[in-house]
Design a protein around this ligand. Sequence first.
Ligand code: S3P
Length: 173
Amino acid sequence: MKHIVLIGFMGTGKSTIAKNLSHMLQMEVLEMDEEIACREGMSIPEIFRVHGEAYFREKETELLVEIENKEQMILSCGGGTPLRECNVIEMKKNGIVIWLTAEAKTIWKRIKDDKNRPLLKGNMNIEYIQNMIEQRHEKYQNASDLIVKTDGREVSEICEEIIDKLKGEVTHV
Ligand code: S3P
């Protein structure tokens, strides 16, 4: 059975959409950042500070390998999870990958006051976010099976679009 894998830049709504899909489809959610932070006993910024980004990326890969044979679930990835080729291979092995998108301005509005994103520390502005999105665009594109826009839309509407697009792909739909 395939997992529903949500990818996309920070602030594209992966966690919110995952929670709502979980209610609508009665499926478990695995929030990757939350799981890694819990296992490490540290927040994401602390993990980056103490161990570095490469260590965090290793933890993401380990988690993906681990869930490969687990019962079908909704997986909310970190924004950088699809940057590693091996992670994309893992996601695709056993999941249908949905790329949530949003404009840089929308993202900035959603996350500007959030201190939990180490990669945007000191650079929380639209231009920087836009540049990062452009750098990552191809990786997200190559990883995704479906693309869903989130700008100016209600969570329920986004979830309905996803469920509609998933018909026939996963058992719970
Ligand atoms: C990251 C996104 C974050 C978190 C970490 C790195 C990224 O997840 O995994 O700060 O590289 O884009 P969210 O997308 O849930 O904020």
